[in-house]
Ligand binder design. Structure first.
Ligand code: F6R
Length: 244
């Protein structure tokens, strides 16, 4: 088994700063970096820090920026869409080139075709240099719920009830939509580097299952254990129980 890099930090703030530094490093080093990015609660601090780094001179203008997922059935301008989230948390504050910003179109009529188009767009960009991920309490990555084959690519999916409830905070307390388009574990695994972020005690069991349990499609994040360049960056509450 390829050893993963485990970075345990004290708290959410340190995780966010370190994650932003790793992303910034890619942006500075790579002439035309391709990033695959998450939404949700976990990366908010990382985006805040990236905006600060941009104010200090960090440029996003040469980067090609993809997102992991988008809800199906929401128009792109819907405030709870992931397109709106990315605009609000990052893109409106930095110098990203709008022609290089990509998200699945959750309002597409033919969602299978839209997923295939998105997968082809990632391929046409030359694949992903750095994929940043959060983790669901059930071990999901992107919106790849337990049971997803490790080689699945970008496609429309149905969300678990637990995921829809966890994300109800973005929908005024109502469950999040039933379906989404997500980049698949196969696409994530093809990224040249993968950074998994985890913060808070509610994620501890999923982190332990992903890193120390069986490698199984019942825990989608366990797929990452075979990746040649995989870092888990976790705070003590989420990762402190790992044997290291
Ligand atoms: C979001 C995504 C999801 C989240 C996961 C954790 O784009 O792909 O896998 O990373 O649901 O969400 P938070 O960070 O809100 O706990």
């Amino acid at each position: 088994m390829i050893p993963l890099e485990l970075r345990l930090v004290e708290d959410y703030e340190s995780m966010s700063r370190e994650a932003a530094d790793l992303v910034a490093d890619r942006l500075r080093r790579e002439p035309e970096p391709v990033l695959l990015l998450p939404t949700g609660g976990t990366p908010l601090g990382m985006y805040r820090r990236l905006v600060e780094l941009h104010e200090g001179g960090l440029s996003f203008s040469r980067a090609t920026l993809f997102n992991l997922d988008e809800y199906i059935g929401l128009p792109p301008q819907h405030p709870s869409s992931y397109r709106a989230y990315m605009h609000r948390e990052l893109y409106r504050h930095v110098d990203a080139d709008p022609r290089r910003v990509h998200l699945p179109d959750g309002s597409a009529v033919d969602t299978e075709a839209e997923a295939a188009r998105y997968e082809a767009e990632i391929e046409a960009a030359g694949g992903v240099d750095l994929c940043v991920l959060g983790i669901g309490r059930n071990g999901h990555i992107g919106f790849n719920e337990p049971g997803t084959p490790f080689d699945a690519r970008t496609r429309p999916v149905r969300l678990d009830g637990s995921t829809r409830r966890a994300n109800a905070r973005d929908f005024g307390g109502e469950d999040a939509p039933e379906k989404a388009i997500t980049v698949g574990p196969g696409t994530i695994f093809d990224a040249r580097e993968v950074l998994l972020l985890a913060s808070g005690e509610p994620k501890a069991a999923a982190v332990a299952a992903a890193l120390e349990g069986r490698v199984t499609q019942d825990v989608p994040a366990s797929a990452l254990r075979g990746h040649p360049r995989f870092t888990l960056l976790a705070d003590r509450a989420a990762g402190g129980g790992l044997s290291g």
